[in-house]
Every structure is written in C-alpha cells, then in structure tokens.
Design a protein around this ligand. Structure first.
Ligand SMILES: NC(=O)c1ccc[n+]([C@@H]2O[C@H](COP(=O)([O-])OP(=O)(O)OC[C@H]3O[C@@H](n4cnc5c(N)ncnc54)[C@H](OP(=O)(O)O)[C@@H]3O)[C@@H](O)[C@H]2O)c1
Length: 301
C-alpha cells in the first residue's frame, strides 16, 4: 500500500463508488479504500476488466468488500441503468473515469464530444440520478486535472465539435467537470453533502507498483522511468489526493486537492488552487443549464 495512504482513518461501514476503477488511478483509489475497510463499488464499462481488478484488490487487501457496477460513462442509457441498479447507501462517489486522448471527431453513444460527454456530462448524469442512494452526508469527488487551466470553458459552445488543439479539448472536459462539481457544492449548501475536486498530478504507469492483469509495463520502461521519479509519480501516489478528498476529515465541500510537490506533479496531498473560471458562479450556473439540456437529466429539486 502506498505510504501516503497509511494515515487514512478506518472506513468500515462506508461505501464508495469509484468510476473507472479497473485501471490506473481509479484502481488505486479502490485498493486503498478497500484496504481501509470501505465497501467499494467498482464502476466499470467492462465487467471482465472489473473482475480482474477485483481479484487483484482481494490479493492485496484480504477481506476486501467489493461490488461491480457496470457503467459506460459515454452512454447516457448505460449511466441511467447503472444508477437505477443501485439499491444500497453510497457515502462517496469518485468521478474518476476519463478519456485523455481521442480523435477530435470521436463521439459518445449519444453523439456528444467524447471527452466532454464522458468526463463531464456522463458524471453529471450519474450524480443527478443517484438521489435515491446518496447518504445525507455524501461526498462527491471529481477527478480534475492541471489541464483544466489550458482551456476556456464556453457553456454556449460545449455542444459543438472541438476544433482546437487536443490537449485543450481534454482541458475543456476537465474544466467543465470541475466547474459543475463546484456548482453542485453551491447547490448543496445548507445540507450535509459536499462536492469537491482533486487531481493526481502527473501520474504514470511505469512508476506504479505491479498488479496482475493491470497495465503491463516492460522492465526496461520501468528502469527508464525511474529517472523521472524526482518529477512525476506512480498512479498509486496519484490516487492519494483523490482518496484524501473523498474521506479525510480535513477535506470539505468546494476544496480542490492535489499533490503538494513541485508544479503539483507529485507529492503528498494538499489544498491547491483551481482557476477562477471553474470557480465562477456565473460559469457554473450557465454550464449547469447546458449540462441539463445536453443530457436530458435534471437533479432532483
Ligand atoms: N494520469 C495522470 O497523470 C492524470 C492527470 C490528471 C488527471 N487525470 C485523470 O485521472 C483519471 C484517471 O486517469 P488514469 O491516468 O488512471 O487513466 P487510465 O489508466 O487510462 O484509466 C482510465 C479509466 O477510465 C475508464 N474509462 C474511460 N472511459 C470510460 C467510459 N466511457 N466508461 C467507463 N469507464 C471509462 C477506463 O476504463 P477502460 O479500461 O474500460 O478503458 C479506466 O478504468 C482520468 O479522469 C484522468 O483524466 C490523470
């Protein structure tokens, strides 16, 4: 288990849904949470990959309490049926599943920009439909990115195909997810629920401990990557700020957590700054309206 996770409290009796839990940062969030006693629901689009992840988690966290929730964040129908299938209390949701690279022309099953549709709107639709299971003091954590600063979010053009640089296309989707999450937190004010964001820094598979059936990295690539360790980190460490945001006592609604080291690429979790744009009430409100229109889903009043 990564060192940074050893300070977490025991989480027995708490249930956390992690999307994209079969690989990378989502997998490590699931393994760390399970090792601390949480019941973890693995929200994955491939049941087979979810089962491989579940057996690895059980091998490293004996007695892990796991469930699998089939969900494709790139399909609003799949999101709706995943939400409807849940019938147990959920204390926290980690919105981690994400597409980082895609052809500009790629679309979700519903014809939305693949990154905006999956990373931001898929999670918006999921959260909107979890009202029947979310605990009264539930926490929602959106996995943002340093890249949220690379793109202007324009709610009015979110539905239009992306024509700029691809890193900005990704940045736009992450900025939208973060702005919607901060807006959700504003809408939850006065309740015990909290929505916050976290980012993993710069986290790569070659610096991540081996796990059977997960990202296979050749020995030479690990050796080469070890030279970059002073600057970047493994996905186990990248998961630490995300898990911290989801369960630590000092994390609260509206926070943004990330690695505390140089350029926020690596290091132990600390509160970090998000752009003014994703924090803007005006942008959040406008995005919310567009997200409702694009998904056809509304949060319960
Ligand atoms: N790694 C970094 O340095 C970094 C930095 C900033 C932010 N992030 C964010 O952290 C999150 C995880 O990144 P990662 O590096 O761990 O990526 P990863 O190793 O590529 O894992 C991505 C996960 O998302 C899942 N996923 C993708 N599209 C999905 C869909 N339509 N429905 C359900 N699940 C889907 C993948 O499932 P499949 O196996 O089925 O594809 C996989 O489980 C992403 O949101 C990413 O934007 C990462």
């Amino acid at each position: 288990m990564p060192l940074s996770s050893t300070t977490l409290p025991r989480l027995d009796g708490r249930t956390v849904l992690v999307t994209g839990a079969n690989a990378g940062i989502g997998y490590w969030c699931a393994e760390i949470l399970a090792a601390h006693g949480a019941r973890v629901l693995l929200g994955c689009r491939s049941t087979q990959r979810a089962e491989v992840a579940a057996s690895s988690i059980r091998a490293h966290a004996p007695g892990a309490d796991l469930g699998i929730v089939p969900i494709d964040l790139g399909s609003l129908a799949s999101v709706a049926s995943a939400a409807a299938s849940l019938d147990e209390r959920v204390d926290a949701v980690i919105c981690n599943a994400g597409v980082k690279a895609a052809d500009r022309a790629s679309r979700t099953a519903d014809g939305l920009d693949l990154m905006v549709g999956t990373n931001a709107l898929g999670h918006f639709a999921l959260l909107a439909q979890l009202g029947h299971v979310l605990a009264d003091d539930a926490r929602v954590v959106a996995v943002g990115s340093l890249a949220h600063r690379f793109a202007e979010i324009d709610p009015e053009t979110l539905a239009q195909p992306w024509t700029g640089a691809s890193l900005r296309q990704y940045g736009r989707s992450k900025a939208a997810l973060m702005a919607l999450t901060f807006e959700l937190n504003r809408r939850w004010r006065g309740s015990a629920r909290a929505a916050l964001c976290a980012h993993p820094g710069y986290a790569v598979d070659p610096l991540t401990p081996r796990r059977d059936g997960l990202a296979a990295v050749p020995g030479w690539a690990r050796a080469l990557a070890s030279l970059s360790r002073p600057f970047v980190q493994g996905k186990d460490s990248g998961a630490a700020p995300v898990v911290h945001a989801a369960v630590a006592a000092d994390a609260t609604g509206g926070d943004y957590w990330g690695p505390g080291g140089l350029l926020e690429f690596r290091g132990a979790p600390k509160r970090v700054a998000a752009s003014e744009q994703v924090r803007s009430t005006e942008v959040g409100r406008a995005l919310w309206r567009v997200a409702e229109e694009m998904t056809g889903v509304r949060f319960p009043g």
